[in-house]
Design a protein around this ligand. Structure first.
Ligand SMILES: [Zn+2]
Length: 323
């Protein structure tokens, strides 16, 4: 065989191998970590490309919030099903990294993948240590609360949507009858939205007590950077200690002591008003004259904000329902 043909078939082999490898197991670097993606082999190349855009967007969102990707290695298994939507996200710590399993319908339109929150939510789980079962609400709460702001900061969501949906859904985290606090009430609402409510209150209070210079992300980044990621088992007190130290005010510990074993309710209508958030149908409009408008904007941007002129006592918005 002439040398040129050997050379040419060599190139074709390399190209075919590259395309084949890309189809089978795309792998990419993001924020200092490697993501190995395993896609169902019956998906078309076009679907692969769309799914990979979705994966990149979610990973970039997590990096936008945390400053880097939380783990060196993460394995993402994407399974397909006939139909549309994104379902069944699960995230685990495995011996050599993180593992996320998630299912995507073969008829899911690109627009729906663009608006999907679930994959970002799963990736946020990688950033926090595994804590004892009673505190499962903090694992879900951080994922529920951080996900929209992570997507906002990466340009994958807009603030009208983020605050509109949060203001629409947050009431699901309020205590109902017979509630015994976050550590002892393992309902869906208290686990997901009760945890998110805890995170939102902590975020606002950190901003208020640091003159709008720091936020919840500073505490959460510190926990992640101290090695508190999903593969590690930590006591919750250790996570809060690390987080509080990073922001210089013991907001997490204090709020936890208030909410862990008592049904603490929050006047959410007043809180949205103080933040300058009006909402209708999952879409918000904003009042920049509200006392906490500068906090709201600092949370959106993830950067120190303008000084707070009138602070709001969150204690006055909180009440313990009689048991
Ligand atoms: Zn979750």
């Amino acid at each position: 065989m002439p040398r040129s043909i050997i050379f040419l078939s060599g190139i074709i082999f390399v190209l075919t191998a590259a395309v084949f490898a890309q189809q089978r197991d795309p792998s990419f670097q993001v924020g200092g970590g490697t993501l190995d993606v395993n896609l169902d082999s019956d998906l078309s190349q076009q679907t692969h490309n769309q799914l990979m855009t979705w994966v990149h967007n979610a990973a970039n969102s997590v990096v936008a919030y945390y400053g880097r990707f939380p783990l060196d290695h993460t394995y993402l298994q994407l399974r397909s099903f006939n139909g549309r939507g994104v379902h069944n996200g699960h995230t685990f710590g495995v011996h050599n990294g993180g593992l996320i399993r998630i299912s995507v319908g073969t008829e899911t339109p690109i627009s729906e993948l663009k608006d999907d929150w679930m994959l970002t939510h799963e990736m946020v789980h990688l950033t926090f240590p595994s804590v004892p079962e009673d505190h499962h609400w903090i694992e879900e709460g951080t994922a529920v609360y951080v996900e929209p702001f992570a997507r906002l900061r990466a340009g994958n969501a807009n603030k009208e949507q983020v605050w509109g949906e949060m203001a629409r859904d947050m009431h699901q985290g309020l205590p109902e009858e017979d509630d015994e606090g976050l550590d002892h009430t393992h309902t869906w609402g208290r686990t997901y939205w009760g945890g998110a409510l805890f995170c939102m209150l902590a975020d606002i209070e950190i901003h208020q007590r640091t003159h709008n210079q720091k936020g919840l992300e500073d505490a959460l980044r510190a926990i992640m950077n101290a090695g508190g990621v999903i593969t590690e088992d930590w006591e919750l007190s250790r996570a809060f200690e690390v987080g509080d130290k990073a922001v210089g005010v013991p907001v997490l510990e204090e709020l936890y002591n208030k909410m862990k074993d008592r049904p603490v309710s929050v006047d959410l209508d007043k809180l949205w008003q103080d933040l300058g958030v009006s909402h209708q149908g999952g879409f918000a409009t904003f009042d920049d004259r509200a006392p906490l408008a500068v906090v709201r904007e600092a949370i959106n941007a993830g950067k120190p904000g303008r000084p707070i002129k009138v602070s709001v006592s969150l204690d006055k918005l909180m009440s313990t329902a009689a048991r």
